[in-house]
Design a protein around this ligand. Structure first.
Ligand code: ZN
Length: 391
C-alpha cells in the first residue's frame, strides 16, 4: 500500500512534468495546485484550505498509462479554465446534458483517455466549433431530461461546489498562474485553443491579444562563459577593496615577506549563487559541464550551490565537483530569486541551471540572473541573460 502510494505520487509528478512539456499553459496552471492522494475513485479538482487542489486516487493512477494520465490531467485543468466548475447546476437543470456538454468539450482532441470517456463523436448533433453552453442548449430537453446519465468514469465533479463557493480566489489563482506563464514568454502554440477558451471565460485574465503576445520582445540575451568571465573580472577589479596580502612586502617589515602581510588591494570575489534545478534528472555529463563552468569562474566568484525543485532543498559552498540526487519533480524558479533569500546572502549574481519550464518571477530580481539552459531549454522568463550549457 505504502509502495503503491509512493509510485502513484511519482506517476503524478511524471504526468505533470509531461503536461508542462507538451502544454505549458495547462501544465503551468496545474503545477501551482496542491496535489493530494484521496479515495476519490478517479481524479477531481476541489478547494482545500486556500488553494485549488487536485485529488487523485492512487489505485486509479496506477491502473492507467502515463499518457492517459496526461489526458486526464488536461481534462481536469480544462474543467477549471473553461469555467465548468462554476456552472451552478441550479441554473443548468438538465444535469445529464450539462455533464455531456462539459465532458465532450474537455475531451476534445484527447484521444488516449482511460475508461469510456464521453466524446464528441458520440453526439453528431453537436457542432464542432462551439462551447459548452451552446452544446448544453442543444442537448437539454425539458420533457425527456438526460438526468439519468451515469457517473463519469473519468473523474469526479463533486469538489466543484467548493470551487464555486470560492470563485473569486480560484479566479485569482488562475490569473496569477497565467500571468506568469505569459510573462515568461513561453511558446504557447500548442495551447492556442485552450488560451482562447480561457480568455473567453475569464476576460480579465491574460488579456493581451494572442498576436501581440507572440510578438512580445525577447529581452533575454545570449552570452558565453567567456563573456561572463570577463564581466566578473571587470566588476571584481583589483582596486575595489583592501585587505591582507602575504605576497606583498609589508611597509613596516619588508624583510618579513610572506610572514607579515601587506595591506594592499585585494581581488574581491562576487557572491554568486549557482542554482541547480533538480526537478528533472540531471545526467553526469550535464553535472560535469556545470562543475566545469563554476570552476572556470571560481577565481572571480564565490559560488554557493543551491539545489531547488519546487522548493529549495540544499545549499552549500561549491568545492570543485557536483554530486546531486535526482529531484522530486515540480519546478519553481521563484524561491531562490526571492529578495529576502538574496539579501540575506548578499548575493550579487544568480546563475540558474535548468531546462527552463516552470513559474518564474514576473519581474527581474534586484540582482543579475543568468539562465544557464541545459537540454536546449528555453528561458523561463522574458528577462535575464541566457547561457547555453553544452553537455
Ligand atoms: Zn470531467
Amino acid at each position: 500500500m505504502a509502495t503503491d502510494a509512493l509510485l502513484a505520487a511519482s506517476a503524478m509528478q511524471v504526468g505533470i512534468r509531461r503536461l508542462l512539456d507538451r502544454h505549458p499553459l495547462l501544465g503551468g496552471i496545474v503545477a501551482q495546485w496542491r496535489v493530494a492522494a484521496s479515495d476519490i475513485g478517479t481524479m477531481g479538482v476541489c478547494w482545500e484550505g486556500d488553494r485549488i487542489a487536485l485529488l487523485y486516487d492512487p489505485a486509479f493512477v496506477m491502473a492507467i498509462t502515463r499518457d492517459q494520465l496526461v489526458g486526464v490531467l488536461m481534462h481536469e485543468v480544462r474543467h477549471v479554465v473553461y469555467g465548468h466548475c462554476f456552472m451552478d447546476p441550479a441554473e443548468w437543470p438538465d444535469w445529464g446534458a450539462l455533464r455531456i456538454a462539459q465532458e465532450v468539450t474537455v475531451n476534445e482532441g484527447l484521444d488516449d483517455l482511460p475508461g469510456q470517456p464521453i466524446v464528441l463523436s458520440d453526439y453528431p448533433q453537436l457542432p464542432l466549433d462551439t462551447d459548452t453552453r451552446e452544446r448544453y442548449g442543444i442537448l437539454a430537453t425539458t420533457d425527456q431530461p438526460n438526468a439519468g446519465f451515469g457517473d463519469p468514469t473519468l473523474d469526479s465533479h463533486d469538489g466543484w461546489r467548493q470551487l464555486r463557493e470560492n470563485e473569486t480566489m480560484v479566479t485569482a489563482q488562475i490569473r496569477s498562474a497565467v500571468d506568469e506563464i505569459l510573462a515568461g514568454g513561453i511558446n504557447l502554440k500548442d495551447d492556442a485553443e485552450d488560451l482562447q477558451r480561457l480568455r473567453r471565460r475569464f476576460p480579465s485574465i491574460g488579456n493581451r491579444s494572442g498576436s501581440a503576445m507572440e510578438r512580445l520582445p525577447q529581452l533575454t540575451r545570449d552570452i558565453t562563459v567567456h563573456e561572463l568571465q570577463r564581466d566578473l573580472e571587470a566588476r571584481t577589479g583589483w582596486a575595489r577593496t583592501r585587505g591582507y596580502r602575504f605576497d606583498r612586502p609589508s611597509r613596516r617589515a619588508p624583510h618579513l615577506l610572506g610572514v607579515v602581510p601587506a595591506i594592499a588591494p585585494v581581488r574581491r570575489k562576487v557572491k554568486a549563487n549557482a542554482v541547480v534545478d533538480t526537478s528533472g534528472s540531471i545526467d553526469g555529463a550535464t553535472l560535469a559541464s556545470i562543475s566545469a563552468i563554476l570552476s572556470r569562474l571560481a577565481d572571480t566568484a564565490e559560488w554557493t550551490v543551491v539545489e531547488c525543485d519546487a522548493a529549495i532543498q540544499r545549499e552549500y559552498p561549491f568545492s570543485g565537483a557536483l554530486d546531486m540526487a535526482e529531484g522530486r519533480g515540480g519546478t519553481d524558479f521563484r524561491p531562490p530569486l526571492e529578495s529576502a533569500f538574496l539579501e540575506n546572502r548578499q548575493t550579487e549574481l544568480v546563475v540558474y541551471f535548468t531546462d527552463g519550464l516552470g513559474p518564474a518571477p514576473r519581474q527581474q530580481p534586484q540582482v543579475d540572473v543568468i539562465w544557464a539552459l541545459t537540454k536546449n531549454g528555453r528561458p523561463p522568463a522574458s528577462w535575464g541573460l541566457v547561457l547555453r550549457v553544452e553537455s
